[in-house]
Design a protein around this ligand. Structure first.
Ligand code: C2G
Length: 126
């Protein structure tokens, strides 16, 4: 049973999110998503249009997602990897290198982002 984890805000879901979730799931058997809380979003200097509960329900409905846990701080990843026996940590390559410290605990894979789409762009077009 190979377990994969990834983290993010996943506001206003779009194909970029689906692509990374689909590819992350394909790397193992179970995918856990650490979903940024509304409070943590403000620490990331990001605001989401949809609140945590809404974003959580949406993520849980995706076939590639097996479990959603809250992401409330930058320090929880090592604990999450140990707590959930994670084999692979996945992030989009806009984070390339930023999480290499996790290589002591699990495999770290950065996947290419989907070009031409972002929540920021959608918000601006709205
Ligand atoms: N993503 C992507 N292609 C896009 C947009 C997003 O592959 N066009 C990926 C990002 O690289 C990330 C995931 O989708 O891996 C979620 O993106 P965000 O919700 O923007 O997450 P972010 O704000 O990067 O938060 O601790 C890590 C942070 O919580 C990551």
């Amino acid at each position: 049973m190979k377990k994969v984890i990834t983290y993010g805000t996943f506001d206003i879901l779009h194909i970029g999110h689906i692509n990374i979730l689909k590819r992350a799931k394909a790397l193992g058997d179970k995918l856990i998503v650490g979903l940024s809380s509304d409070e943590f979003n403000s620490k990331k200097h990001k605001s989401s249009l949809l609140n945590y509960d809404n974003r959580k329900v949406v993520l849980e409905s995706i076939r590639y997602v097996d479990m959603v846990i809250p992401e409330t701080n930058w320090e929880q990843k090592i604990l999450d990897i140990q707590k959930y026996n994670i084999d692979i940590f996945v992030m989009g390559d806009d984070w390339q290198g930023k999480f290499d410290f996790l290589k002591d605990y699990c495999q770290v894979i950065y996947l290419s982002r989907t070009d031409g789409i972002s929540t920021t762009q959608i918000k601006e077009e709205l």
